[in-house]
Design a protein around this ligand. Structure first.
Ligand code: SAH
Ligand code: SF4
Ligand code: F3S
Length: 473
């Protein structure tokens, strides 16, 4: 049993990151272990977790398991968890309870927990103590070990199989992937995070910042182009810090340019930390029409005092300067953000600063959150003197303002013709298709099914706060 250690997860050394190209192995015997068995994976959290699930699915299919969307039918259930806020955590514990009931009637189900919560010492301790029906726990660093973990669990069915590394992490290059979409793909460009914002659990659950070598990223994108993919989203917690840890003078601006040169029709990237956004990056975005005019630039707070307490290393003024620069250089660009309200010590004055930044930036949309204490982070030990009532009020007030600007931003699209990558049926109406504009606006489109997977011109006929309707031109 290898349990996570928060203390070890905090350590950062100067050791070089090692790229491993043959770490993932499935033995001949394991290749057939899943014949006739079904798997179900539920994903919580960010795009990185979604992409990890695409790796997990491919690994399970290498072992001959087949997927099901119905948990009740599954022989293997995995929860790929997120630790970012208390509510993500609670949802997972709710699901662990549901699987318990299911296992009472189907005791042979193998039930596993992975992802960011599996990297948390307190969570694993709680599971081991109270939830005896959990069979496998593995973390974000050893997804490639899944075949061995399943085998070991099958051979030894009395004990839970727990293997979580609390290491800085390597880069594993040979993990297979089963992509959810045939048209758009996630591509990791870096793992981990070294920013240690004081509220955030990610540096502990994902390890040290490790950039993938560009040759592997470019090969992946070139292969996607050959396979007919239209869009790639380059993924990382701080994509603009890409390459800093490789010390070879090749950074995000270079990578973006080389990815654009592959000819893929759409390039996106998330998430940009305001700290590392360089002028070179802006120049490259401007130069290549296949780099999408869409930037997600988390603000977190508009108060320089709170930003300092958060360890964000920029000020209200420097953030606004950057936004100004971006808007001047990329006038058609849409801008979205993340904001936390109710950080410990946030006063009404501080909150007003946040509203002020929102009024100045007029975001296209925003993810807004109430501060959530994460065990082991510095903010967890700060005195949290803002009442829940105040936090809720601030969130509501903020959302109202954000929605106002979302609607205003969308209103500008009315009557315009915009390119939309058609992804499939809209959820509500099977005869209507849905897709996203270059600026990441969700559009419900009247067009034939044959347009799925194509980028088509769409005339916007009506706009709402979170979506638009349009017709193929
Ligand atoms: N790497 C990205 C953020 C990843 S987490 C960045 O630095 O911008 C996604 C968002 O979750 C964060 O931007 C933040 O707004 C929110 N978040 C992270 N930790 C949180 C916490 N403890 N409480 C509330 N929101 C949090
Ligand atoms: Fe978390 Fe900050 Fe890293 Fe983003 S940059 S993942 S908020 S520590
Ligand atoms: Fe959640 Fe881990 Fe992503 S904590 S937001 S799944 S990096």
């Amino acid at each position: 049993m290898l349990k996570p250690s928060l203390k070890e997860a905090r350590i950062r050394t100067k050791n070089d990151v090692v790229t491993k190209t043959s770490e993932y192995i499935v033995t001949e015997q394991l290749k057939t272990i899943g014949i006739g068995k079904k798997y179900y994976v539920k994903t919580y959290g960010c795009q990185m977790n979604e992409h990890d699930t695409e790796n997990i699915k491919a690994i399970l299919e290498d072992m001959s398991f087949t997927g099901t969307d119905n948990m009740e039918d599954a022989d293997l259930i995995l929860l790929n968890t997120c630790a970012i806020r208390e509510n993500a955590h609670n949802k997972v514990f709710g699901m662990i309870g549901r699987v318990k009931t299911l296992k009472e009637t189907k005791p042979n189900i193998i039930f596993g927990i992975c992802g960011c919560m599996a990297q948390e010492e307190v969570v694993v301790d709680e599971i081991l103590k109270k939830y005896k029906h959990v069979d496998i726990i593995f973390g974000t660093h050893n997804i490639y070990r899944l075949p061995m973990l399943i085998e070991e669990r099958m051979l030894n069915d009395n004990l839970p199989e727990v293997e979580v590394y609390s290491i800085e992490g390597d880069v594993i290059e040979n993990i297979p992937v089963k992509r959810d979409s045939k048209y758009k793909a996630w591509v990791n460009i870096m793992y981990g995070c070294d920013k240690f914002c004081t509220y955030c659990i990610v540096p502990y659950t994902r390890g040290k910042q490790r950039s993938r070598e560009a040759k592997y990223i470019l090969k992946e994108v070139n292969d996607l182009v050959k396979d007919g993919y239209k869009e790639v989203t380059l993924l990382g917690q701080n994509v603009n810090a890409y390459g800093k840890d490789l010390n070879n003078g090749y950074g995000m601006a270079n990578l973006l340019e080389d990815v654009a040169k592959t000819g893929i029709e759409r390039v996106r990237f998330v998430t940009s930390h305001p700290w590392d956004f360089t002028d070179e990056m802006i120049d490259v975005i401007k130069k290549y029409s296949n780099i999408m005019p869409y930037i997600h630039l988390p603000l977190q707070s508009g108060s320089s005092r709170i930003l300092k307490l958060m360890g964000r290393r920029y000020t209200k003024e420097s953030y606004l300067e950057l936004v100004d620069k971006l808007k001047k250089a990329l006038p058609n660009c849409s801008l979205t953000t993340d904001i936390i309200v109710g950080f410990p010590g946030e006063t009404e004055e501080d909150f007003k600063e946040t509203l002020d930044v929102v009024n100045k930036c007029k975001y296209d949309s925003a993810f807004t959150f109430i501060f959530s204490k994460r065990v082991g982070t510095p903010a967890c030990r700060m005195q949290d003197d803002v009442s829940l009532e105040t936090k809720n009020e601030r969130l509501q007030q903020l959302n109202k303002l954000i929605n106002k600007y979302s609607k205003e931003a969308n209103d500008k699209y009315l009557g315009r013709v915009v390119p939309v990558l058609i992804e499939g049926n809209s959820e509500k109406n099977k005869d209507i298709m849905m897709g996203y504009t270059d600026t990441m606006k969700l559009v419900n489109v009247k067009c034939p099914k044959e347009d799925i997977g194509k980028i088509i011109n769409v005339k916007i006929t009506s706009v709402k706060t979170w979506s638009m309707d349009g017709e193929k031109c």
